[in-house]
Design a protein around this ligand. Structure first.
Ligand SMILES: Nc1ncnc2c1ncn2[C@@H]1O[C@H](COP(=O)(O)OP(=O)(O)OP(=O)(O)O)[C@@H](O)[C@H]1O
Length: 292
């Protein structure tokens, strides 16, 4: 097997009494596009900060591109977009790209970068005059300016509208298709589903599931049964029941059993639909099993 480009070995990191990352081990191979998924405060940002050398682990080891993430040589090979960025307002977009590029031996061609992230029209604009979404697109594109081997994106498309998000995804995909490695966190499950081949679910500082999108879904093998049913009888095996838009949604591991029992009960229902659970369903199901 190819050596991992990121290696996290039994890493723990606390802030005072809060254990943000708790004994995590994770290997990522060159060329993988991995999504870190987890609720607020799960430890995703801390894990990224450990990987990019902004934080040191209390115990355990982190290796990036075969070296120490805090070494200059390693840092040359990576690009990072943190969750929040404060770009210099007076600078023009093109100047900022050139500034970042000047710190790397073999940077990405400026024109190619602008095209890839659909920023051509913004190149000569001052950062301070851009909308929040435009600034975010610039911040993400900057992670790619140094022609990195590995890119870390913490909530890349926060605040973007649908079109801008899709544009961003296509830029990220193009980098990945050329062999680049990406680790991203996202609250948009749709984003992780659209981009990542592999998803690591983080909860309370631990990686509680790690596999392909299909693996993570299969892990819970949930089905979502949606129906209109004014008086839903109590049927064993329903993992979760929620009501919205006049429909009742039932998550169950055995949709066939649920439907058989529903019909046998004689309850009136309509609009029955059975679908595979979404990643969000799978995620909630996995994390709720970890509630102490
Ligand atoms: N600098 C800090 N000082 C104190 N506690 C911190 C610090 N950074 C993070 N934490 C705590 O560590 C835990 C993990 O936080 P982290 O930001 O890594 O989670 P996250 O999964 O990225 O969350 P989010 O999705 O909300 O960004 C949280 O309980 C958080 O409050």
């Amino acid at each position: 097997m190819t050596s991992p480009i990121m290696r996290v070995r039994d890493v723990t990191r606390s802030y005072g009494d809060v254990v943000a990352v708790d004994g995590v081990s994770l290997d990522i191979a060159p060329g993988e596009l991995v999504g870190l998924l987890g609720p607020n405060g799960a430890g995703k940002t801390t894990l990224i900060n450990l990987l990019v050398g902004l934080r040191r682990p209390d115990s355990g080891a982190v290796e990036l591109c075969g070296g120490n993430p805090r070494d200059e040589a390693t840092r040359q090979a990576i690009g990072v977009t943190p969750q929040q960025t404060a770009l210099p307002e007076a600078w023009r977009v093109g100047e900022l790209i050139d500034f970042i590029a000047a710190h790397h031996p073999n940077p990405t061609n400026r024109h190619d970068l602008l095209v890839r992230f659909d920023l051509q029209d913004l190149c000569s604009r001052q950062i301070g005059g851009l909308s929040g979404g435009q600034q975010r697109r610039v911040a993400v594109a900057l992670a790619f300016a140094g022609n990195p081997r590995v890119v870390f994106l913490d909530e890349p498309s926060t605040g973007l509208d649908v079109e801008a998000r899709h544009q961003l995804w296509s830029g990220i995909r193009a980098f990945h298709e050329e062999g680049g490695t990406v680790l991203l966190t996202s609250h948009y499950l749709e984003e992780v589903e659209a981009l990542a081949q592999r998803v690591a679910v983080v909860d309370r500082g631990r990686v509680i599931a790690d596999g392909s999108m299909r693996d993570v879904r299969r892990l819970v093998s949930l089905k979502r049964v949606s129906l209109i049913c004014p008086e839903l009888p109590s049927i064993p095996g329903a993992a979760r029941v929620e009501n919205n838009d006049g429909h009742t949604h039932v998550l169950t591991n055995d949709a066939d059993h649920f439907v058989r029992e529903l019909v046998t009960s004689g309850a009136r229902f309509s609009d029955l639909e059975i679908r595979s659970a979404s990643l969000e369903d799978a995620f909630l199901s996995i994390t709720s099993k970890h509630v102490a």
